[in-house]
Design a protein around this ligand. Sequence first.
Ligand SMILES: NC(=O)c1ccc[n+]([C@@H]2O[C@H](COP(=O)([O-])OP(=O)(O)OC[C@H]3O[C@@H](n4cnc5c(N)ncnc54)[C@H](OP(=O)(O)O)[C@@H]3O)[C@@H](O)[C@H]2O)c1
Length: 259
Amino acid sequence: MPIVEDMTTNPGACAPAAARVAVVTGGSRGIGRAVSLKLARDGLAVVVNYAGDTAAAEETVKAITEAGGRAVSVRADVADEHAVAALFDRAEAEFGGVDVVVNAAGRLALSPIADLDLAVLDALHRTNVRGAFVVAQQAARRLRAGGSFVGFSTSVVGTQLPAYGAYTASKGAVEALTLTLARELRGRDVTVNTVAPGPTATDLFLTGKTPEQIDALAKAPALERLGTPEDIARVVAFLAGPEGRWVNGQTLRANGGLV
Ligand SMILES: NC(=O)c1ccc[n+]([C@@H]2O[C@H](COP(=O)([O-])OP(=O)(O)OC[C@H]3O[C@@H](n4cnc5c(N)ncnc54)[C@H](OP(=O)(O)O)[C@@H]3O)[C@@H](O)[C@H]2O)c1
């Protein structure tokens, strides 16, 4: 028997359930990818943003759609306000609005401050600071009531390891804007929080480190292992979902017990 509803007698039957919609920047790889997959499993339609690696973005979208979810990929540099506005336009056109924004796009550069190439600093801060503001700006303008914004810092803001100065300075800016934005959105029923992971097994963390360095950093948390992208995705899903509604304006260190 064909599965066709009679729309004339039951007009609501074929309409898709009113799904919530997420924009995940840096959603194609690493933590952002795990966040995209988790939010899709939780029933959200997902706009998977990325900067350059189209194949990775398409792979993430495929993993979501093959599991029965809804997703599209959109290329946009988070620091480019016109590209980010177009990203949100696409989310609204494709899925009808935006309920969750996760700004996972980020870069890392390591150097002692004395040797830091200021061009590297500018590029890092363009993505991590300017990008955070550009994405937060669109989120503030467009998130629907009941929505959530989740930004990304790092636990290194607390551990203060040498060589991380440019990176921690950029993520300190993300933490600083969190409560400010939460307060600016008073009356909108939108939460704003930041997740600060510890060492997490992604390209960003693993690239350029020796096995010994990775081992030492993996042993640092009380739980004595690296975080996984899925560990972090569950925290983001909590903050973005109904169970996390009373958490607002906070930075949550998700790191297995790192001091
Ligand atoms: N991994 C860790 O140990 C760790 C710890 C603490 C905090 N974090 C933070 O967690 C977030 C995710 O990190 P990750 O480890 O998942 O990184 P990752 O594996 O390197 O993935 C980075 C993602 O961000 C995208 N991206 C980079 N620059 C972008 C830009 N200008 N515009 C749009 N997208 C951009 C990349 O897209 P393309 O592939 O297309 O370039 C990719 O999807 C970052 O904010 C990072 O600082 C990570």
